[in-house]
Design a protein around this ligand. Structure first.
Ligand code: 3HC
Length: 313
């Protein structure tokens, strides 16, 4: 078939809500768009383990430590699902990691902020995983099969992540005045960078047009951000905390909150590598990757040995 006919057949399949599978013909731009987004999603899951990993040894109780460990282990698994989904598009794990280490590939800017105390563990779980849930529930309906199926699996675990964070915040908000102050300050620190997780405004997004046409995204950045705000402001009120936005006000006519503007200059600075922890996060990942080489080599050698045994048998 001519490319024009194949392109029309491809778009018609998308419009019929049929999933595109790795073996299907797809436009090079669709493939490139997916590799970009899925790889950045995977990098975000893995780099996102660092801010919380800092607090495993300092968790306030054995239960808190076990819950945080379980969450961080989940994130590693999410990263693996997503790297595997990206690999079905014809890119290798080595290339994906080279793009991360060289700075060519992005990961979510939220992870370039520090986690200063235990209340930040609550705010990260509640707000960062809360924002991720809003985005990932929508991505369950993405047009690329492996990405969509990975999202279904990830969303099941993400709700536990958000719940454990909200429990930490609720406990501290109802604790001593000092604990309540820590919870409020954590909300103040993480609220605005969490809103940035949904990306720039739709009008400033170079990728949303194609993403919506190809049903990679099912809702736009601003639609998802609004959904997150509308449900999270009420959660803050329930536990006696205040979202750090003086312009936050319920709009009865629109049935949603009006809110203030994100500091896009700060956002772009962090995306461009000038955030508080960008260099530290990448250095840590490179060091861990190098130190883990012997594990990968051993696993590869073992797999080869098993394979050769099978061939002999
Ligand atoms: N941090 C870093 N870069 C960002 C960003 C952010 N928060 N938001 C947008 N960008 C980048 C985009 O990657 C794009 O740059 P590129 O073209 O070089 O890749 C540019 O800014 C313009 O943004 P667009 O909105 O045009 O880009 P997208 O259409 O890709 O939308 C997105 C951005 C909404 C993040 C989309 O890529 C997406 O939905 N990704 C999958 C979900 C994801 O990555 N979630 C965040 C982290 S996962 C997580 O938090 C896990 C949890 O368990 C902790």
């Amino acid at each position: 078939m001519e490319d024009v006919e194949r392109l029309e057949a491809f778009q018609a399949k998308i419009d019929r809500e049929e999933k595109i599978e790795p073996k299907d013909w797809m436009p090079a731009e669709y493939r490139k768009h997916l590799i970009r987004q899925i790889s950045q999603h995977a990098h975000s899951e893995v780099i996102g383990m660092q801010p919380e990993g800092n607090w495993i040894t300092r968790a306030p109780s054995l239960r808190a430590k076990v819950v945080l460990l379980a969450k961080i282990q989940d994130e590693a698994g999410h990263g693996l699902y997503l790297y595997c989904a990206a690999e079905t598009l014809g890119i290798s794990r080595e290339e994906l990691l080279e793009q991360l280490h060289s700075g060519k590939a992005k990961y979510s800017s939220i992870f370039n902020y520090p986690t200063l105390n235990w209340a930040d563990m609550g705010a990260v779980g509640w707000l960062v995983d809360g924002a991720a849930i809003v985005n990932q529930v929508s991505l369950q309906r993405t047009s690329f099969g492996p990405y969509s199926r990975g999202m279904v699996r990830i969303c099941k675990e993400e709700s536990f992540h958000q719940r454990q964070g909200y429990e930490i915040m609720a406990t501290m908000a109802k604790g001593t005045p000092e604990q309540k102050r820590m919870a409020q300050e954590a909300l103040d620190r993480i609220w605005w960078p969490a809103l940035g997780m949904f990306g720039p405004h739709d009008k400033d997004s170079p990728n949303t047009g194609n993403a919506m046409k190809w049903k990679i995204k099912r809702e736009t950045n601003d639609e998802l951000r609004q959904k997150f705000i509308d449900k999270t402001v009420q959660q803050a009120e329930v536990i006696g905390l205040t979202v750090p936005d003086p312009d936050m006000k319920w709009n009865e006519d629109k049935g949603q909150y009006d809110h203030g503007e994100i500091d896009w200059e700060e956002f772009m600075n962090v995306v461009r590598g000038k955030g508080p922890c960008n260099a530290q996060r990448l250095e840590h990942h490179k060091k861990a990757h190098d130190e883990g080489r012997w594990v990968r080599d051993a696993a590869t050698a073992y797999a080869k040995k098993q394979q050769s045994k099978k061939q002999v048998a």
